[in-house]
Design a protein around this ligand. Structure first.
Ligand SMILES: C[S@@+](CC[C@H](N)C(=O)[O-])C[C@H]1O[C@@H](n2cnc3c(N)ncnc32)[C@H](O)[C@@H]1O
Length: 318
């Protein structure tokens, strides 16, 4: 048995969870908040954190949430901007966003692609299982006091929104134009047939709320909607589920973006270790580092960004 495997075994004990679980959890929470960051990063504290999160996963009921906000992960915004810049002039970029909630992520994606919108044909198909969220997303109006717009600088607000007569923030037309919304269950087994294949598929912060087996199946579905050579961008997912599913499917972790995307979602990182959906700190010593911590995975195959450039079209036209 490894040094810290005892903690893992203990976390599986029903008696410990029922008897000691809640008091231990609360005492640990108090201890955790007063522990300096440097100490928390040491192997024994990390192992204890993993033990606590395992308890959280066993104790807490998984439930979906609609929480979202604009520019939620700024490293992801930069990543998407770079994807746009790689598309040749006159080319096409097809993006699917599953679990888009009330639309902030889809409009943020259009904004991330601002350098490319004029020279590339960009299509962003955003969807959510919840029709109420989709109806709200289609309105493209946000209350300036809501969490969706929290954390935006004055410049970002000015760049993203027009101000309505009633004080609402209305997403600017140029960020709305490439986006369409629909109601789709990302867990539907015929996902790829229904939505087609895409150069970039985003699936953020809903797989962690599914039970592991359902999350694994859904991950496979999402990967089936990625064009060969395209990218699956996924966060807010149980790391064991993600690593295993990505490996089984032969996806390739994009190693260049691991740390930035991982650290980019502050809310997920802050949820560790006391929330089942919290994201553990990077552990560079792990042998499965790339599969475990990557958020971007490439589907083996061609380079989708080379398709249908203006020169291809000119050649085709003779
Ligand atoms: C926490 S929000 C995340 C929103 C956005 N992706 C983000 O990162 O800010 C999760 C969203 O996923 C949606 N969702 C949950 N299960 C889904 C499924 N099976 N298919 C599509 N959407 C789903 C929920 O309705 C909710 O709007």
């Amino acid at each position: 048995m490894g040094k810290f495997d005892l903690l893992e075994t203990l976390s599986r004990s029903k008696m410990l969870r029922a008897g000691l679980g809640a008091p231990l959890f609360e005492a640990s929470r108090r201890l955790w908040t007063v522990t300096p960051d440097k100490l928390r990063a040491t192997p024994p504290f990390r192992a204890y954190g993993s033990f606590l999160q395992r308890l959280a996963k066993l104790k807490q009921t998984r439930r979906q949430s609609s929480w979202t906000c604009f520019l939620r992960n700024r490293a992801q915004v930069d990543f998407i901007g770079e994807v746009g810049r790689r598309v040749c002039d006159g080319g096409k970029l097809s993006i699917a966003i599953f679990g888009c909630s009330t639309g902030a992520e889809a409009f943020s994606t259009a904004y991330a692609l601002r350098d490319s919108l004029a020279r590339v044909s960009i299509e962003i198909k955003a969807s959510d299982i919840d029709a109420v969220n989709v109806a709200a997303a289609r309105l493209a109006r946000f209350d300036p006091t809501e969490r969706e717009v929290e954390g935006l600088s004055a410049e970002e607000r000015a760049a993203l929104f027009d101000l309505g007569d009633d004080g609402a923030l209305i997403v600017k037309e140029r960020w709305r134009r490439p986006v369409t919304f629909s109601v789709i269950d990302a867990c539907a087994p015929d996902l790829a047939e229904r939505t087609g294949l895409h150069d970039l598929v985003l699936a953020n912060k809903f797989l962690c709320h599914l039970e592991p087996e359902a999350a694994r199946r859904c991950f496979r579905n999402l990967a089936s909607a990625v064009r060969p050579g395209g990218t699956l961008l996924v966060s807010g997912v149980d790391l064991d589920v993600k690593a295993r599913a990505a490996r089984d499917l032969g996806l390739i972790p994009d190693e260049s973006s691991i740390a930035a995307l991982h650290e980019g979602d502050v809310t997920l990182r802050q949820g560790w270790p006391f929330e089942y959906w919290g994201l553990e700190p990077l552990d560079r010593r792990r042998r499965d580092y790339a599969f475990r911590y990557a958020s971007a995975f490439i589907k083996p195959g061609g380079n989708p960004f080379r398709r249908e450039s203006s020169s291809d079209r000119a050649r085709a036209a003779g």
